[in-house]
Design a binder for this molecule. Structure first.
Ligand SMILES: NC(=O)c1ccc[n+]([C@@H]2O[C@H](COP(=O)([O-])OP(=O)(O)OC[C@H]3O[C@@H](n4cnc5c(N)ncnc54)[C@H](O)[C@@H]3O)[C@@H](O)[C@H]2O)c1
Length: 430
């Protein structure tokens, strides 16, 4: 059993905090957001993540998990401190490291005894050294520490499962003993472990997100070509994916990637590449194609409806993907803004993300359920592939729509089936 401080209780830190407690450790979840800490102390989960609230409550009740805003209350008692704060995009594409710097400073001031600091946030190459130097500058002379990079690969919507069944554990440090101690925390999870130097560990994270984003933009470019030559991308993807050298994952054409990781991490990697004197042409293309997908989607709707001005558009899905309430860089938000700019009215429905979406678009009109959203609309656009949309009663949708236009941003429906039901249907690349 170890005592662990988790610095930053967001989508990553909260799941880790609850999971380490569930494995029998004593965990402090530390967050500067006092409102969030209050909610968590009372057992309320501030985010939508399947299975998380139960795990949170179970461990709070067992006394293995506590939440605080105070580093002084938590860090001096901890052998491990995981930095899980946000690292969003700054203006020019690089990672905004202000939260990491401030966490490192507060950690340094609170350290006592020996502590292993783990960089779990996605941080630019060289951040191991940065965190070390900030902590060194602020630490009490009696306190000692080591820094280990341990990037995270969990997927929102699947985070609880991913934490207990990770694809791999990556550890990077100059301190072998510290790596071994962190590896021991994960011992029961039985995942392959890559132990390397700090910078290589940091690069593994960026390269992993970049290749996944690249596959999505690649397949979306092929989808654009499919539209030009009358081929069907869904069958092309299946035919490609059966080749074991290619594999089937991340070959679904659609409206493109969003979320708090792929866009910002590809931008940050491109920024690092440029700073290192290389010319990251592929990364720029990946980002451009992704933005283009959103614009093309709106143009497609405009082509079908002729004019968007004054049209009422129903939107299914606001989160950047299913099973999460996270709307960071969600394609839905961009698409809705473009529709509003063109004079359309939008009425949206999402099972989990409507409140978050209203923080981005305050006067966004939302519906109680997916059918209310389409009532009287000129078109339905599907953006997030939530399961409940998969088996929707399209006959009912057809009756409720003013004009039977269905634009499917995820190729969720079979064109023949929906056309037979009387829809004017368009997907992506088919
Ligand atoms: N969300 C994901 O799916 C995912 C997956 C892999 C890696 N990551 C990376 O993990 C990191 C965290 O992502 P997230 O989605 O959990 O972020 P998040 O925005 O959901 O959570 C970050 C939390 O840190 C808190 N915080 C900020 N500064 C702090 C400080 N100085 N001290 C204490 N708390 C502080 C914030 O209040 C917030 O609650 C990012 O670097 C991200 O790129 C995220």
């Amino acid at each position: 059993m170890a005592t662990i401080s988790i610095i930053g209780t967001g989508y990553v830190g909260l799941v880790y905090g609850a999971a380490f407690a569930d494995l029998g450790n004593h965990v402090y979840g530390v967050d500067i957001n006092q409102e969030k800490v209050k909610l968590l102390q009372s057992g309320v989960c501030p985010i939508f993540e399947p299975g998380l609230e139960e795990m949170l409550q179970r461990n709070l009740e067992a006394g293995r998990l506590e939440f605080t805003s105070s580093y002084a209350e938590s860090v001096p008692n901890s052998e491990f401190a995981f930095i899980c704060v946000d690292t969003p995009s700054a203006f020019s594409g690089e990672a905004d490291m202000r939260m990491v710097r401030s966490a490192a400073e507060m950690l340094g001031k609170a350290l006592s005894g020996h502590t292993i600091i783990i960089n779990k946030s996605t941080m630019p190459i060289g951040s191991g050294d940065l965190v070390s130097s900030i902590v060194e500058q602020h630490r009490n002379p009696d306190a000692t520490f080591a820094v280990v990079s341990n990037p995270e690969f969990l997927r929102e919507g699947n985070a609880v499962r991913d934490v207990f069944q990770p694809s791999r554990i990556v550890l990077g440090s100059t301190n072998e003993d510290a790596c071994a101690a962190v590896s021991e925390l994960y011992r029961t999870l039985d995942a392959p472990t890559v132990v390397t130097d700090t910078r290589t560990a940091e690069m593994i994270k960026y390269a992993s997100n970049a290749i996944l984003a690249t596959r999505i933009s690649f397949v979306n470019e092929i989808a654009q070509i499919c539209e030009g030559v009358s081929a069907d991308i869904t069958v092309v993807s299946r035919g490609m994916g059966l080749d074991p050298r290619i594999g089937p994952l991340f070959l679904d054409a659609g409206i493109g990637f969003g979320g708090s990781c792929f866009p910002k991490d590809v931008r940050a990697l491109a920024h690092m590449a440029a700073e290192a004197g290389t010319h990251p042409q592929l990364l720029h293309a990946v980002l451009e194609i992704n933005q283009d997908q959103r614009r093309r989607f709106v143009h497609k709707l405009q082509d079908i409806l002729e004019d968007l001005n004054g049209k009422r558009i129903a939107v299914w899905g606001l989160s950047f993907k299913q099973d999460t309430d996270d709307i960071r860089e969600s394609p839905a938000i961009d698409v809705i803004r473009m529709l509003l700019q063109r004079g359309a009215t939008v009425i949206a429905y999402d099972p989990a993300a409507m409140e978050n979406a209203r923080t981005e678009i305050p006067d966004l009109e939302t519906a109680e359920n997916q059918y209310d959203a389409v009532d009287g609309a000129d078109a339905l656009i599907l953006i997030t592939p939530w399961n409940q949309f998969r088996q929707a009663n399209l006959g009912r949708v057809r009756e409720l729509l003013k004009t039977p236009v269905l634009l499917d941003g995820r190729n969720m429906y079979e064109p023949e089936d929906v056309r037979k039901q009387g829809f004017i249907y368009a997907g992506i690349g088919r």
